[in-house]
Ligand binder design. Structure first.
Ligand code: PMP
Length: 358
């Protein structure tokens, strides 16, 4: 039975990448040593991390005045790192409250003593549409505006970036990093863990404009952008295996026509599922159509018992991890880069048959 994994992250990886890892695991580049055993200070690893950085630059068309950095600690680590490194002038951050992960980012900054102003929130609409600020904001007031480009749990995405005046834009791209195209130069900084679209858990990508990186005192070295720039992301031992595996996914992504190529496939995948849901008399997606995510699609029958039955039957059919986040309920299909169109077709066929039986 073919298994398709619709998990929200860690998530499905490209088959050829898994195969290549399997083949190369005992001996990387003919060295007789496993990638899991080699020093991060070796020439072997230098080549791997430099190639990964170059591929990120190529895929995202990263301008020369931006740094590409590899951290650990996930998106959650960056909820702390971003304010500590960037909110050094006003100690004030603007935030658009688009859901669970935006709230978490705001809470972490508040915890660390920064003022967080929520410009708009769609909480009272159960986050089924995206918030936009009503009044203009200014860099005189805020160090940056934090947005979550794709809301993994709620299933919304900013396909057009919100108004931010002259305020530096910070994007949490955790769940649509390189799944749809954004202009890096529209942001001061973007970050995200790679474990959804780009690799196994353990690597956090940060792309930051040069003028925002400055010496900052009294912050943990492990989250210090200035140190990581100086040390080429090797201030301490980086996750060697994970950076290698991410590098393989980046190469695979280039073979798919880069972000432009994969975005077309992602649009096809999403349209297939949304079209089914919009026609269905049993299942529905309740997100405002223009705000719908390409990568995370929540849906429900409106009856928790039937939802549960559908999830169980899907699992038996090899369609895995379709349970929605506990805060939303229902089902959720995550359609990240490595999910093939055939997987979404199998899901739609299954849902169609399930509906016929109900
Ligand atoms: N932001 C978003 C949008 C996410 O989806 C997640 C994880 N699901 C996070 C941040 C937190 O990331 P991590 O688990 O890498 O800390």
């Amino acid at each position: 039975m073919t298994v398709y994994n619709f998990a929200a992250g860690p998530a499905t990886l490209p088959d050829p990448v898994i195969k290549q890892i399997q083949e190369e695991l005992p001996s990387i580049n003919g060295s007789g040593m496993s990638i899991m055993e080699i020093s991060h200070r070796s020439a072997l690893f230098d080549d791997i991390i430099n190639a990964a950085e170059q591929d990120v630059r190529e895929l995202m068309h990263v301008p020369d005045n931006y740094h590409v950095l590899f951290f650990q600690g996930g998106g959650t680590g960056q909820f702390a790192a971003v304010p500590m490194n960037l909110a050094t002038n006003h100690h004030k951050i603007a935030l658009l409250d688009s859901g669970h992960w935006a709230t978490k980012a705001g809470d972490e900054a508040t915890n660390l003593g920064y003022q967080v102003d929520v410009l708009a929130s769609t909480k009272d609409q159960h986050y089924q549409a995206l918030p936009h600020a009503n009044t203009p904001i200014s860099a005189q007031d805020y160090d940056y505006l934090h947005i979550t480009t794709n809301n993994t749990i709620e299933g919304t995405a900013y396909h057009e970036l919100p108004e931010h005046g002259d305020v530096t834009l910070v994007g949490d791209l955790s769940s649509n990093f390189m799944a749809e195209n954004y202009n890096v130069s529209d942001f001061g900084l973007i970050f995200g863990g790679v474990q959804k679209n780009l690799g196994p858990a353990g690597v956090t990508l940060v792309i930051v404009r040069d003028d925002l990186v400055k010496p900052v005192e009294h912050i943990p070295s492990i989250l210090n952008y200035n140190l990581f720039v100086k040390k080429n992301s090797m201030y301490n031992t980086p996750p060697v295996f994970n950076i290698y595996a991410t590098g393989l996914v980046l190469k695979w992504l280039k073979e798919q026509g880069g972000i432009e190529g994969i975005e077309q496939v992602n649009r096809q995948k999403a349209a297939l599922l949304y079209d089914f849901l919009d026609d269905s008399k049993l299942f529905a997606n309740h997100i405002k159509p223009s705000d719908r995510s390409l990568t995370n699609v929540p849906f429900t029958t409106g009856d928790a018992a039937v939802d549960k039955e559908a999830i169980t039957a899907a699992t038996d059919a090899g369609l895995m991890n379709l349970k929605g986040h506990r805060s939303v309920g229902g089902l959720r299909a995550s359609l990240y880069n490595a999910m093939p169109l055939a997987g979404v077709q199998a899901l739609v066929d299954f849902l169609h048959n399930f509906e016929k039986q109900h």
